[in-house]
Structure formats: structure tokens, C-alpha cells
Design a protein. Sequence first.
Length: 133
Amino acid sequence: MADGKMYASEHGQSANDEINIIQEGSNYGWPLIEGNETRDGLESPFLTTGSNETWAPSGIDSKDGHLYVASLRGTAIKLINLETGKAADSIEGHGRVRDVLIDGEEVYFITNNTDGRGQPDNDDDKLILLPGS
Ligand SMILES: [Ca+2]
């Protein structure tokens, strides 16, 4: 990302999805710990959805101090404030979102409603340029 960090999304077994900041040689816990669990020698996530929420996070990009996290089950792009590590907003209404790409100020994303888990329209899937971005 623009901040020089590498972010990765990780699905939990059931909820407990994570966003991790990847550092060489670190162990991000799967399958020993997930979500808010901790153990010596294992890294806790930058963000977890916790045990009651599932996003099925997928592709990630960043802009203006926020991560943009494509979310399949969450059927949204989740905006994460990079200073607080908290979900700040979301872009919804397009179904399952597989990936997001930011080019300058423009936000592009692809839906994945035809993956067998969504409810596709006749013209899915789509590459969308977020209006106003
Ligand atoms: Ca983990």
C-alpha cells in the first residue's frame, strides 16, 4: 500500500475474519488462534470482525487514510480507518465484492455474485467504477 505496509485478509473458521499487517517471519496464528485470541509468538490481527460477524474479506487497497476491503459475505467494501483500525464506513448495494483497485482517486471493484454463493442478476458479474470517486 501507499504507506509501505503489506496487508492481508484472512477468513476465520466461523466469523473471526482478520486483516493482518504482514511482517517477514511472523506467524499469524492459523489454525492455533483466530480473532481476538492471543498466544506467545503469534501475531494478533490489525482488525478482526470478532466472533459474531463475518465479512469473508477478499482484495484490499487503500486511499486517503483508509483500507478498502472487498467483502464477499459482507456484500460491501468495508472502509477501515488506518489510524484507529476500526471500520469507518461501507459501500453497499452491489452484492458480493471480490476485489478492489484504487487508481489515483478512482475506486474500481468487481462483484462476484456468480460464484455459487450469491444471488446474481442477469448482468452479473460487473466491473464497477464507484460513482463520484
Ligand atoms: Ca490470524
